[in-house]
Design a binder for this molecule. Structure first.
Ligand code: CP
Length: 354
């Protein structure tokens, strides 16, 4: 693999990156993590470079890991609130002197800095599935600098990188690791599909034995499912879908239960624009919750994962998410997972922005 193959590239979904490239990103992330742990300066890598971060949605982990990451690499990250600039918008969604066409924003920022990172899903695109991904791709079309997806309505690739790095750290391999991405109950149906979709893409790409456990109404994007099947065939791993929360957990090494919206939540043409029905469907599955009994179905050294923020008391009991003791058999690794956001993002930024 050519090492300069990373420079200048957009990072929108792991579907665009080969297994070999993802392995290189993880390798660089581990090197940067080691340097961070030793207090070894590495602020020459992106010295005086600028990342523009546009957040249409809330964030704790993503914003702070990108911002801290840029500081540690010697650059700077600007936080841009879309309501305090002229909100970037696609043609047909423009409002005079309130929005600014994405093509113009992308070309202006390309003259001033070195990458544009965007988070957008849900309300800002009126729950039209794929509209946020389309906007990020429009940024990428017009920008002369890398565009980084900080979570859209289809993909959350940096979360998936952090997830698989955490799995690798805990098990030292991807081969033979049973990775269960499961739906779990939340009282809020305002949940994008980006995390589960990116997690199963990443886990199948790396060759794990992946099970997607979800109620029948919580099916994911057929294009993502097709990609996962293809990766499983290519790598010798496996991919299957289960509608049984507990059966899927048996013998797992990784349990990753979290909520995502059913198709009824999204607007046509993909969805049905029926949030009330979506809520009704959610409420049928209140027993899909990570409890100690659920964790005990897995292997004795299993890990509980969650991208955070978790809906404590609904998706997961405190006794599960707070059990981070490595000596206690199954355990939660959610804070390692959150920390790894920093290291994988620094790796990608170092590779594409240099
Ligand atoms: N996991 C994640 O993306 O967290 P934030 O929403 O806090 O950025």
């Amino acid at each position: 693999m050519r090492t300069d193959s990373f420079r200048g590239r957009d990072f929108i979904t792991l579907l665009d990156w080969t297994k070999e490239e993802v392995e290189t990103i993880l390798d660089v992330a581990l090197d940067l993590k080691r340097r961070f742990a030793l207090g070894e300066p590495h602020d020459h890598i992106l010295r005086a470079k600028t990342l523009f971060m546009i957040f249409y949605n809330q964030s704790l982990r993503t914003r702070n890991s990108f911002e801290a990451g840029m500081t540690q690499l010697g650059g700077h990250a600007h936080y841009l609130d879309p309501s305090k600039i002229y909100t970037p918008a696609l043609p047909g969604k423009e409002v005079a002197y309130s929005t600014e066409r994405v093509s113009d924003v992308a070309r202006v920022l390309s003259r001033m800095g070195h990458a544009i990172a965007i988070r957008c899903y849900g309300d800002p695109v009126d729950w039209v599935y794929g509209a946020a991904d389309e906007m990020i791709r429009n940024f990428a079309y017009w920008a002369d600098i890398p565009v980084l997806n900080m979570e859209d309505d289809k993909y959350h690739p940096f979360q998936a990188l952090a997830d698989i790095l955490t799995v690798y750290e805990k098990f030292g391999t991807f081969k033979g690791v049973k990775f269960v991405m499961s739906w779990a109950y939340s009282p809020s149906v305002h949940k994008p599909r980006a995390v589960p979709q990116s997690a199963i893409i990443a886990a199948t790409k790396m060759g794990m034995d992946v099970v997607l456990a979800r109620p029948p109404e919580m099916a994911l994007d057929p294009e993502v499912i097709a990609a996962c099947k293809k990766y499983a065939e290519e790598t010798g791993g496996s991919f299957s879908i289960s509608e049984d929360f507990e059966e899927a957990a048996k013998g797992a090494h990784v349990l990753y239960p979290k909520a995502w919206a059913p198709i009824q939540m999204f607007k046509p043409p993909v969805g049905e624009d029926n949030p009330e029905l979506a809520q009704e469907i959610f409420d049928r599955y209140k027993d899909w919750k990570a409890t100690p009994e659920y964790m005990a179905l897995a292997e004795p050294n299993a890990i509980y994962m969650h991208c955070l923020p978790a809906d404590r008391g609904w998706e997961v009991e405190d006794s599960v998410i707070d059990n981070t003791d490595p000596k206690s058999g199954w355990r939660s690794v959610v804070f390692d997972e959150a920390e790894n956001r920093l290291h994988v993002q620094k790796a990608v930024m170092s590779l594409v922005m240099r």
